[in-house]
Design a binder for this molecule. Structure first.
Ligand SMILES: C[S@@+](CC[C@H](N)C(=O)[O-])C[C@H]1O[C@@H](n2cnc3c(N)ncnc32)[C@H](O)[C@@H]1O
Ligand code: SF4
Length: 390
């Protein structure tokens, strides 16, 4: 069996525009005046045709509209893209079609049209249920708007996920516990709960460098918040299945599982990444990041907007381990061996098990709750022999 078939095939589409730029965000997202969405449709269609020819005959398991703010896409654009996708691949019976949405009232009004176009899952960027913190995070929506958007989403789509950011300025452990309980009370089957990361090149990054971002939690408090998050979500029946992702068993994001289980995915749109296995090689693809340039190149000639690199066996095996150890289900030792051409060092595995950072059952190793917080160290230890042998 080709390795990617362990996990399936998905399609990621990137919409790079937002109404405003949030101070913490380093995603490829831009504020633009007028966007000619019909030109974008033509560009997406032509890229779908190109990738479709490379992957002819495949069953498509998932589609993900990410951003930026895909809920700023006109429903006709989403419909047009999904029509082209349906004409290109056979869709799995249980195909998952997700769209990331900001929880403003304008976007909620579009949900029904997205559902008619074929979207069956939304991921809502709620970020916080505290009015002051929403303002500090530079968000355009209020807590009430978020509540309303969640209710509309739940009435419209089969599956709804919400994103929250914790470890925020001046946030206490009891306040996070309370907020998390309120978030779980909405009853969504999936939650993405991210620790605030201060990224270079963002407004928060600049403020942090000048010591102007006060009240961020010290490391111990952030670790306590992570542990609390694990415990509260587990008790509420939506345990972590990945570092930051929690779901009712069976309601995990199938699209993200394709990344983490190292399946194949095509990435279309500015800055999108992909992994495509061809009969004789596995390709890593990366699209041009700048929206205007991507649009121009995608309209000009097939493939012009994309760089490709062939992935060697070492990179494939390392990538597999890096992603699989983020998952509660862990990594298959035999799959790693098949990819790397040699097994992971037994001594390193035993040492990490002895330290309580890994567990092992049958053919799989998993990071423990402490191990997942020290993932980089765990990977360094497992891959040390490989590096010294390179
Ligand atoms: C592509 S983004 C956003 C989707 C949508 N535009 C929104 O903001 O609601 C996906 C998620 O990443 C998370 N995120 C972005 N930047 C982050 C940061 N610096 N630290 C933690 N989480 C972050 C947010 O929760 C966000 O909803
Ligand atoms: S967090 Fe979302 S809305 Fe804010 S800039 Fe990033 S992608 Fe845009």
């Amino acid at each position: 069996m080709e390795d990617w078939r362990h996990a399936g095939f998905g399609l990621y589409l990137h919409w790079p525009f937002c109404q405003s730029k949030c101070p913490y965000c380093d995603f490829n997202s831009h504020v633009a005046g007028q966007v000619d969405q019909s030109r974008w449709l033509t560009a997406f269609e032509s890229e779908i045709d190109r990738v479709g020819a490379l992957t002819e005959g495949r069953l498509l398991n998932t589609v993900f509209f990410g951003g930026g703010t895909p809920s700023l896409m006109e429903p006709a654009l989403v419909q047009g893209i999904l029509d082209r996708i349906r004409a290109t691949w056979t869709l799995a019976n249980d195909v998952e079609i997700t769209l990331e949405a900001n929880p403003g009232s304008v976007e909620a009004a579009r949900f029904a049209s997205y559902a008619r176009a074929g979207v069956n899952r939304v991921s809502l960027g709620v970020q916080s249920l505290d009015a002051t913190d929403l303002r500090r995070l530079g968000r355009m929506h209020s807590v009430d708007e978020a509540r309303a958007a969640i209710a509309i989403a739940q009435a419209t789509f089969d599956r709804v996920s919400i994103d929250l950011i914790y470890a925020r300025q001046d946030q206490t452990l009891p306040a996070w516990r309370d907020e998390l309980h309120r978030a779980l009370d909405f009853g969504t089957s999936h939650l993405s709960l991210y620790q605030l990361t201060i990224e270079d090149g963002t407004v928060f990054g600049q403020m942090h460098a000048k010591k102007l971002l006060r009240g961020l939690p010290v490391e111990d408090l952030a670790a306590d918040m992570f542990e609390l998050t694990q415990e509260v979500t587990r008790t509420a029946g939506r345990p972590a299945y990945e570092v930051s992702n929690h779901a009712r068993p069976g309601d995990e994001s199938r699209h993200n599982l394709i990344y983490w289980r190292m399946g194949d995915y095509a990435g279309i749109g500015p800055g999108a990444h992909g992994r495509i296995t061809l009969p004789d090689r596995r390709l890593a693809t990366e699209a041009e990041r700048a929206p205007a340039l991507w649009l121009k190149k995608a309209l000009q000639a097939p493939g012009l907007a994309e760089r490709t690199e062939i992935l060697g066996n070492d990179s494939r095996a390392t990538e597999y381990l890096m992603f699989a150890l983020r998952l509660r289900e862990g990594a298959s030792l035999s799959r790693y061996t098949a990819l790397a051409g040699m097994p992971l060092p037994r001594t390193a595995i035993d040492e990490l098990i002895g330290l309580g950072l890994l567990t092992e059952a049958d053919d799989r190793i998993q990071t423990s709750e402490t191990g997942v917080m020290m993932l980089n160290g765990v990977l360094r230890c497992l891959l040390a022999d490989r590096r010294s042998g390179d």
